[in-house]
Ligand binder design. Structure first.
Ligand code: FE2
Length: 142
């Protein structure tokens, strides 16, 4: 990022995202902790149990493991901020789908909190994009 403020913003959001990952992992761990294997099989988690027991193992809804290849960075701050904004919108949408898939009030509350943070991240990335575009178009005199 070309400005100190946007560098700090990305650090803040990145740090918060790691905390969100921890929240989601903890929630899933607690939900699965005492579920018998037969019940896990009945809800299509038999494969997960066979390979990971109840360990938190990051996969998408189709069971595809998370990979660092999902992290995009071109080195162009304008392009990367657009990517970040799209990622926040995709996360918001996924949280909304997850909220519709559960009837557990605690899980819904947690997902609503995480959804709201994605909205804030989208807005903050938008502010960063404006700042970066201003910085990159500003006439520089040396
Ligand atoms: Fe986010």
């Amino acid at each position: 990022m070309p400005t100190n403020r946007t560098k700090g913003l990305l650090t803040d959001i990145g740090t918060e995202e790691l905390a969100h990952w921890e929240i989601v992992g903890t929630m899933i761990y607690r939900l699965l902790k005492n579920v018998p294997p037969e019940q896990l099989r009945q809800v299509d988690l038999g494969g997960h149990f066979a390979e990971h027991d109840r360990a938190v193992y990051p996969v998408d809804a189709s069971g595809v493991p998370w990979t660092a290849a999902y992290v995009q960075a071109t080195g162009d701050p304008v392009t990367d901020l657009h990517e970040d904004m799209a990622a926040e919108q995709k996360a918001r949408t996924t949280y909304e789908h997850l909220i519709r898939l559960t009837d557990d009030p605690g899980v819904k509350d947690t997902l609503r909190f995480l959804r709201e943070r994605e909205v804030v991240h989208f807005q903050r990335f938008g502010e960063a994009l404006n700042e970066v575009q201003e910085e990159l178009t500003r006439k520089k005199v040396f």
